[in-house]
Design a protein around this ligand. Structure first.
Ligand code: PLP
Length: 282
């Protein structure tokens, strides 16, 4: 397998970055993860649009055009034998003597690779997974897909240490999102997810779920979600590019609803899989 680094395709062992890269020293960069189904980049335009937003938010110019990104990803995917994969890309501000101020005239470091997609285990899909609630200790620009993920890593580990798959984050009494996912609840048959804003990442999977709900007459709302709504929810789901739509059937060691994945999850997951199938065949 090859990785892409600054214009070259290299074996991973030969790809290296300076210890003075601002990504390494400051976490000064942004990233994307793009799922690949049947060798094709799923919702590529959405991921590139979000990348553009993230880059603009940290005042970096996009180093590649959309066409150039696609060429890089396609080659990585092909070299990896197509099938279902995930493409990771990151852009950092580049290499410069350590100083908080932006360096002048420095080229960004551009890195990308593809790996086989690790789907959640079949039992997790069929039975749902456990989650715990945790205080959202992150910064105030969670809408930027920043590589600095220390808080997210601490929160995810906190969940793992309690035997759960995800932490559902609470800020000022409201649900924001998961450590690496967006959150939906079903409340009296209606799908509810927090609105986009500075405290959540605008998830590509989240948007697709909303799109599919609207197109198929499933009532869905984007509105602030109090923590208390988690404890009365009929269903809770997490969404992400690599975990797709996963039921959360236990929260803080108590069952959610019936304790089994619910009927609305079955419906939206079927719609999602049909959409994905059509994409693969299209
Ligand atoms: N929120 C956070 C903090 C994430 O890291 C992710 C992705 O891993 C998501 C939400 C889901 O976004 P997407 O559906 O675009 O993968």
């Amino acid at each position: 397998p090859f990785v892409y680094l600054n214009g070259e395709f290299l074996p991973p062992g030969r790809a290296s970055v300076s210890v003075f890269d601002r990504g390494f020293v400051f976490g000064d960069g942004v990233y994307e993860v793009i799922p690949v189904f049947g060798g094709r980049l799923f919702r590529l335009a959405h991921h590139l649009a979000r990348l553009e937003r993230s880059l603009a938010a940290i005042r970096l110019e996009n180093p590649l055009t959309a066409g150039e990104w696609e060429t890089v990803f396609s080659r990585l995917v092909r070299e990896n034998g197509d099938g279902d994969q995930s493409v990771y890309l990151q852009v950092t501000r580049g290499v410069a003597p350590r100083d908080h101020a932006f360096p002048a005239g420095v080229k960004p470091t551009v890195f990308a690779y593809a790996q086989p997609l690790k789907y959640p285990p079949a039992a997790a899909v069929a039975e749902g997974v456990a989650a715990v609630t945790a205080a959202d200790i992150r910064w105030l620009r969670c809408d930027i897909k920043a590589i600095a993920l220390l808080a997210n890593a601490l929160l995810r580990q906190q969940a793992i240490d309690r035997g759960a798959a995800e932490a559902i984050l609470i800020r000022d009494g409201l649900v924001t999102e998961g450590a690496a996912s967006n959150i939906f609840v079903v409340n009296r048959g209606t799908l509810v997810t927090p609105p986009n804003g500075p405290f959540i990442l605008p998830g590509v999977t989240r948007d697709l779920v909303l799109e599919l709900a609207h197109a198929n007459g499933v009532p869905a709302r984007e509105e602030p979600l109090p923590e208390s709504a988690l404890y009365t929810a009929e269903e809770i789901w997490m969404t992400s590019s690599t975990r797709e739509i996963l039921s959360i059937t236990r929260l803080n060691d108590r069952p959610v609803g019936t304790g089994r994945p619910g009927p609305l999850h079955a419906k939206l997951f079927a719609l999602y899989k049909a959409y994905k199938q059509a994409f693969c065949e299209g």
